[in-house]
Design a protein around this ligand. Structure first.
Ligand code: GYE
Length: 333
């Protein structure tokens, strides 16, 4: 027993020391995992490999998962990968060694998961993708996906722009702050937006670069955009944090965000609603991070061997400045 506990601690340390909560206890007495055997106190054990803490959205998502696990009586083994795929792979391998009942993770990028997902499959541990998708051809490597339609979010952003500039044929110069390179939301939000504006040649994306979904990088990249392009009409940011960082850069350059440069953003965190109320952001496409309860439901079902839908999507809206003040008090994240 002592040996076993030691092995588990060692594995957790090897995983980059990022595993918190329960890493000092053996997780389960089962030998194959994924059979609903649960922890030593009979609880279902869920290993959750989170992306990181890069944004307000992510913080809300983590809180939702932690709260929901507690409410559902599920033992959560939580790992923060600090936006690095290698850390997520290590965390998943640790969960496999610990013989958790279910593994859930939000893949930082779309590709490169087949090997570790096969290891989970061979160990008989069901995997749930939350929030972000993988591009694996073999869809038997995971049981379900829970999250948003990012292509649709990009399309909504583009549709707003097409409507906003409906009455003019003058060129509209757009700069784009992309999310983390290779991530599903960056790929899909870019594609959806491009598709929505492609019918009208007046829309030109004059610069498009990653800001890695953070405020600091959003600001930094926007500063560079402002230096190299004098005539920016619109900023499309793949998330609110980058938009908020960029707004600082726009203001420091002596321009008015929301007026001189229109700002389109995605997520819908409270800070973005405040900025919208102050007329600094023009429109926010909502992306709901509160996935915890649905995740726990799915975890229980897959652990019990029940069928679940291949894809579970969250419902989301689009908010404009005239709705911001009324919506703000009701925002939960
Ligand atoms: O939009 C962004 C976060 O994967 C949907 O990740 C999520 C995205 C979200 O960093 O703020």
């Amino acid at each position: 027993m002592a040996h076993r506990a030691l092995r588990i601690i060692t594995a957790a340390v090897l995983a980059g020391g990022v595993l918190t909560a329960c890493t000092t206890e053996p997780a389960t007495t089962g030998t194959t995992g994924g059979t609903g055997k649960g922890s030593s106190d009979g609880k279902l054990v869920l290993g959750f490999a989170q992306v990181g803490a890069e944004s307000g959205w992510r913080t809300a998502n983590t809180k939702s998962v932690r709260d929901a696990a507690e409410k559902a009586g599920i033992e959560l083994k939580f790992s923060d990968a600090q936006q690095k795929q290698e850390n997520q792979i290590k965390a998943i391998r640790t969960f496999i060694q610990q013989k958790v009942d279910v593994i859930a993770f939000s893949p930082v990028v779309e590709s490169g998961w087949d090997t570790v997902l096969k290891e989970a499959k061979n160990a008989g541990i069901p995997v749930i993708l939350t929030d972000r998708a993988v591009d694996s051809q073999d869809t038997s490597l995971y049981r379900t996906f829970l999250g948003s339609d990012f292509v649709k979010e990009g399309q909504e952003a583009g549709k707003w722009l097409v409507k906003e500039y409906g009455g003019t044929s003058a060129p509209v110069n757009i700069v784009e702050l992309q999310g983390t390179t290779g991530s599903a939301p960056a790929n899909d939000r870019k594609a959806g937006f491009a598709e929505a504006i492609k019918g009208d040649p007046k829309f030109k994306v004059v610069a498009s670069q990653t800001g890695d979904f953070t405020r600091a990088k959003g600001k930094e990249v926007m500063q560079a955009f402002l230096k190299s392009h004098e005539d920016i009409d619109v900023l499309y940011a793949h998330n609110d944090d980058m938009a908020l960082g960029a707004i600082q850069a726009i203001e420091e350059a002596g321009k008015k965000p929301g007026t001189d440069i229109k700002v389109i953003s995605v997520d819908g965190i409270k800070d973005a609603f405040v900025a919208m109320k102050e007329k600094k952001i023009n429109v926010v496409v909502e992306c709901n991070p509160l996935l915890g309860d649905q995740l726990m439901e799915l975890a229980k079902k897959v652990a019990a061997g029940e069928d679940v839908p291949r894809r579970v999507e969250t419902k989301e809206g689009v908010f404009t400045q005239d709705q911001a003040a009324a919506a703000l008090p009701g925002r939960q994240y």
